[in-house]
Write a protein that binds this ligand. Structure first.
Ligand SMILES: NC(=O)c1ccc[n+]([C@@H]2O[C@H](COP(=O)([O-])OP(=O)(O)OC[C@H]3O[C@@H](n4cnc5c(N)ncnc54)[C@H](OP(=O)(O)O)[C@@H]3O)[C@@H](O)[C@H]2O)c1
Length: 275
C-alpha cells in the first residue's frame, strides 16, 4: 500500500507515483500502466511536452480503474505560456487524456515574464474544477514568493529535481514552511548515484537496492517521488520503501552527498534566463 501526502487543498496525493517521461510507445505505455496499477500505483505524471498524454489516456481507459482512485498530473509547457491561452492548453491535455479533470496541473517551468500571468489563469481553471489542484515545477523560493505576493491560491505542489546529489534544501524548506508539498522529479538522478559507496553500504545494511535507499531518503524528508521505469521488477522494487527506516545519522550522511548535480537540463528556451 502506497501512503499519501495531504495537499493544502485537503486532497490526498500518493507519496509515490510513476513518472512517464520518454514512454511514448503505446504498447510500452499499456504494459507499464497495467503492471503499475496491479502493483498499486495510482499517481501518473505526464506533461504536454512528453507527447504521451494520449497514450496514457488510452492505457487508462483499457484498465477500468475508477477515476476517483487515480491521481493524474500534467503540465503546461513554455510555448503555451508565451501564447497565453492556458485554458486551451489544459482543455487539449484533457482531451488527449480522455479526462474531465486532472488532479494536479503544474506550470512546468517559470518562464520569465509569463509565469505570474499563467498562474492567475490557472487559478480560474482550479476554481472551475478542471484541475483539482494547481502547482508549479522547477520554481525557486523567490519565484514562488512572487506568486504568493500576487495571488490568493498557494501552489499545492512544487515538483523539482530532488535526490541525494541535488537536494535543493533551501527550496524544500521554503515549501515546507508555506504548506507546499515538494515532489521529487528524477528521484534516482537517472541512475547516477546507484553504486556510490555510501548508498551501497546502506543498501547492504537494509538488504535493499541503492535505488530504494535513495527513494526512502526522499520519503523521510516528507517529499513525494515519481521514479520512472518501464520494467516490472523495478516498478515493484521502487514501491518497497515503506517498511524500513533510515536513522537520523544515516539521513545526515545522505544529506551530505549534495553536490548540486542536475540530471535534467534547463530547456534551451530558458537557459539564458535561469541558472
Ligand atoms: N518537472 C520536470 O521538469 C521534470 C524533469 C525531470 C523529470 N520529471 C518527472 O520525473 C520522472 C522521473 O524522472 P526521470 O525519468 O528523469 O529519472 P529517474 O526516475 O531519476 O530515473 C529513471 C531511470 O532510472 C531507471 N530506473 C528506474 N528504477 C530503477 C531501479 N530501481 N534501479 C535502477 N534503475 C532504475 C530507469 O530505467 P528503466 O525504465 O529501464 O527501468 C530510467 O533510466 C519523469 O518521468 C517525469 O515524470 C519532471
Amino acid at each position: 500500500m502506497i501512503p499519501s501526502l495531504t495537499l493544502n487543498t485537503g486532497a490526498s496525493m500518493p507519496a509515490l507515483g510513476l513518472g512517464l517521461f520518454k514512454i511514448t510507445d503505446q504498447a510500452a505505455m499499456d504494459r507499464t500502466i497495467s503492471d503499475a496499477l496491479s502493483i498499486g500505483y495510482r499517481l501518473f505524471d505526464t506533461a504536454s511536452v512528453y507527447k504521451n498524454e494520449a497514450e496514457l489516456g488510452n492505457a487508462l481507459m483499457r484498465c477500468h480503474v475508477p477515476r476517483e482512485e487515480l491521481f493524474i498530473t500534467t503540465k503546461v509547457w513554455n510555448t503555451a505560456q508565451r501564447i497565453g491561452n492556458i485554458e486551451d492548453a489544459l482543455e487539449r491535455s484533457l482531451e488527449r487524456l480522455r479526462l474531465d479533470y486532472v488532479d494536479l496541473y503544474l506550470i512546468q517551468w517559470p518562464v520569465p515574464g509569463c509565469y505570474l500571468d499563467t498562474w492567475l489563469k490557472m487559478e480560474k481553471l482550479f476554481r472551475k474544477g478542471r484541475a483539482r489542484a494547481i502547482g508549479v515545477s522547477n520554481f525557486s523560493a523567490r519565484e514562488i514568493n512572487d506568486l504568493l505576493l500576487h495571488s490568493d491560491v498557494v501552489p499545492a505542489v512544487n515538483q523539482i529535481e530532488y535526490h541525494p546529489l541535488y537536494n535543493q534544501e533551501e527550496t524544500r524548506a521554503f515549501c515546507a514552511k508555506n504548506g507546499i508539498t515538494v515532489q521529487a522529479a528524477a528521484p534516482l538522478a537517472r541512475g547516477t548515484y546507484l553504486g556510490m559507496s555510501n548508498m551501497t553500504r546502506l543498501a547492504e545494511k537494509y538488504h535493499r537496492s541503492e535505488a530504494q535507499i535513495g527513494l526512502r531518503w526522499i520519503i523521510q524528508k516528507g517529499v513525494g517521488a515519481i521514479p520512472k521505469t518501464v520494467r516490472t521488477d523495478r516498478l515493484l522494487e521502487n514501491t518497497q520503501i515503506f517498511d524500513f527506516e533510515l536513522t537520523p545519522d544515516e539521513m545526515m550522511v545522505l544529506d551530505s552527498l549534495n553536490e548540486n548535480y542536475r540530471t535534467s537540463g534547463i530547456p534551451e528556451d530558458l537557459a539564458p534566463f535561469l541558472t
